[in-house]
Design a protein around this ligand. Structure first.
Ligand SMILES: Cc1cc2nc3c(=O)[nH]c(=O)nc-3n(C[C@H](O)[C@H](O)[C@H](O)COP(=O)(O)OP(=O)(O)OC[C@H]3O[C@@H](n4cnc5c(N)ncnc54)[C@H](O)[C@@H]3O)c2cc1C
Length: 255
């Protein structure tokens, strides 16, 4: 990468909050505009910095949940109770405020429409954000190869992007052209669900994911314990570790 491009990614740049969309009682999508934003690769994140009037600043990484476009990006933030940055983004920030960001960042946990072959996405809680960027890009491109999502979240009310993934509140929904999304719940399920609320198991991964024999490229994202448990299961049921990419959001569980 050219030196100028690297320097640009490491420099703090201003963005304006354009609008917000409530996703769940504790999560919002925030849409920012910035003339400096040249787009991103699905799966990438950025560092977002907030500065208080007294000069105190805090920054955190957030994945980009929108499909790539220049001049605009969206972040989907889940409130971490007692946290410093996420409660402001998930509850308080109003359109018109400015923040600083640097990025996009990350070159491994990315998917591009020119990649061929089946893809299995597995998300826990807000780990769905970067995978949503992949899903939207895959759908916009009319990609011919399958992309399947297995999403684990606490309850139907905690489900991110519910309208896009399961407009009818169904547990299993074939909602995209070549994308099939399955949502499972860890704490409470819809009454019609046959599956007891629980963390993902080998039974779920065998039932809802592309088979290991088709060698899908697997992207796993969520809280660290979630990612580690899912990777263990994937390997145990025959997936090649070389075909597994992970992104860990930290130890606080929101799934
Ligand atoms: C690559 C990457 C991408 C990410 N993308 C997203 C995303 O798309 N969406 C998203 O919602 N999150 C994402 N995250 C997580 C995000 O960066 C933050 O970690 C998250 O929002 C919490 O930040 P916070 O400032 O609110 O909480 P923090 O202030 O960092 O605190 C985190 C938790 O620790 C607790 N805590 C803090 N200090 C203490 C203490 N001294 N003792 C005990 N407990 C304490 C808080 O109560 C809180 O629950 C991502 C993380 C990474 C690494």
């Amino acid at each position: 990468m050219a030196r100028a491009a690297i320097l640009q990614r490491l420099t703090w740049v201003r963005a304006t909050l354009d609008f917000v969309r409530r996703e769940t009682p504790s999560a919002r999508t925030l849409s920012f505009t910035s003339p400096a934003w040249a787009g991103h690769r699905p799966g990438q994140h950025l560092d977002l910095r907030l500065t208080a009037p007294d000069g105190y600043a805090a920054h955190r990484p957030y994945s980009i949940s929108s499909a790539p476009t220049s001049g605009r990006f969206e972040l989907t933030v889940q409130k971490a109770p007692g946290g410093e940055v996420s409660p402001f983004l998930a509850e308080i920030a109003t359109p018109g405020i400015t923040v600083e960001f640097r990025g996009p960042l990350g070159g491994w946990f990315v998917w591009a429409p020119d990649q061929r072959g089946p893809v299995q996405l597995i998300a826990g809680g807000s780990g769905l954000a970067p995978l949503m960027s992949m899903i939207r890009t895959h759908r916009n491109a009319g990609h011919p190869d399958p992309m399947r999502l297995l999403y684990s979240t606490r309850s139907p009310t905690e489900m991110l992007f519910a309208q896009e993934l399961a407009p009818a509140g169904q547990e299993v929904r074939k909602g995209f052209d070549a994308t099939e999304a399955t949502t499972v719940f860890t704490r409470s399920s819809p009454p019609e669900s046959m599956r007891k609320p629980s963390r993902l198991s080998d039974v779920d991964l065998r039932r809802y994911c592309l088979a290991a024999v088709s060698r899908p490229l697997c992207y796993v994202c969520g809280p660290t314990p979630f990612v580690e448990a899912v990777v263990q299961i994937l390997v145990a049921i025959g997936h090649d570790p070389e075909c597994i990419r992970t992104e860990r959001f930290g130890s606080e569980s929101d799934e």
